[in-house]
Design a protein around this ligand. Structure first.
Ligand code: ZN
Length: 347
């Protein structure tokens, strides 16, 4: 069972890439503090939680940024025009509620404006909206009023979303990518008993090109790296089984590769042994679209042997991401065992 209140705090805090300081960063600092020796925030804003040890130096990364929107123009009528931050699909924006972040943990509501079907041309109803057609309505009647409400060029926006239970085992939220993995790191930090010198890193700016992992891995220069992120679970109607990547409720996924990394094969097989030994349910992650922080970590300095732990998630990059808490629990367990047994790993 997940620790619901902790997960809720972590997934609901705002942190569009580069703007993690608006909320999620402090939540993550506080979450790690009781379980590590030192928590620092580096120049780009990565949270580095260090649990000191005499064994191998291990870096585990989970990104705390989320995709979102940024205001690039406020028009005369007070509508906000936006650009994507990270991989946002414009089809997911129409007729949605948004939070417009005017300060740390401070927001006003907005809605993704749309043209009612009644007055759309029949051919336009079939098309996805373009970025030029997307705008956010905050209720302002003029540019001046929008500015008085606290909106500026550069203001970031997220979907309005909460953590909810869905059925018996599933959890619905706006930002499981990648807060569910940040949560996994905190839970692993809580329970491990290891000699390893462990750096838990909640990275910034993964969604715009793994920038926080690049600088934090350079600084830490670990012996081993692991990235924790979501992977696609396309186990839904219309997708044949061999194209589903992963399935909810079938266990934590051990990454073999994604577009940014080919995980060290010895680490992959060793992780499988660890999972088997402890009866942790697992599946494989071979992701042909999308990268993870592992892509940056393994290219640090002269190269870092790197693995990945992936939490299957449906509907990634939307405000309705769904994970299975049994997979999350398996992920916490595997992360903890990897850290406790890393001294046995021989490349
Ligand atoms: Zn991610």
């Amino acid at each position: 069972m997940v620790e619901y209140e902790l997960l809720k705090k972590i997934v609901e805090a705002p942190g569009v890439s580069g703007y993690e300081f608006l909320g999620v960063r402090d939540v993550v600092v506080e979450a790690f503090k009781p379980y590590v020796d030192e928590v620092t925030v580096d120049v780009l804003g990565n949270v580095i939680a260090h649990k000191k040890g005499s064994g191998p130096k291990v870096m585990l990364a989970a990104h705390m940024d989320q995709i979102g929107l940024m205001v690039n123009n406020i028009d005369k009528k007070g509508f906000l025009h936006v650009v994507p931050v990270g991989g946002v699909d414009p089809r997911t924006l129409i007729a949605q509620r948004f939070k417009v972040w005017i300060g740390p943990n401070e927001f006003i509501y907005g809605v993704g404006g749309s043209v009612p079907p009644h007055i759309q041309k029949p051919e336009d109803r079939k098309k996805a909206p373009t970025w030029e057609q997307i705008f956010i309505d905050i209720g302002a009647e003029s540019e001046e009023e929008a500015r008085d409400m606290g909106v500026k060029e550069g203001t970031v926006i997220t979907w309005d979303g909460r953590l909810e239970r869905l059925g018996k085992h599933r959890l619905l939220s706006i930002a499981h990518d990648d807060r569910i993995a940040v949560y996994t790191l905190v839970k692993a930090a809580q329970k491990i008993n290891t000699d390893a010198d462990v750096y838990f890193v909640a990275t910034v700016q993964e969604e715009v090109g793994r920038r926080g992992a690049t600088t934090s891995a350079f600084k830490i220069n670990p012996d081993y790296g692991f990235a924790l992120d979501v992977t696609i679970a396309a186990d839904v109607p219309g997708t044949p089984e061999h194209k589903q990547i992963s399935q909810l409720g079938k266990g934590i996924a051990i990454k073999i590769m994604d577009r940014s990394v080919i995980c060290h094969p010895t680490i992959v097989r060793w992780m499988e042994e660890v999972a088997k030994k402890h009866g942790i349910p697992y599946q494989w992650d071979i992701l042909t679209g999308g990268g993870t922080d592992a892509g940056s970590i393994h290219l640090t300095h002269e190269g870092v042997p790197t693995g990945g732990i992936s939490i299957p998630s449906r509907y990634i990059h939307s405000n309705t991401e769904v994970v299975d808490e049994r997979d999350v629990d398996a992920g916490v367990e595997l992360t903890a065992k990897v850290l406790e047994e890393i001294g046995d790993l021989r490349l």
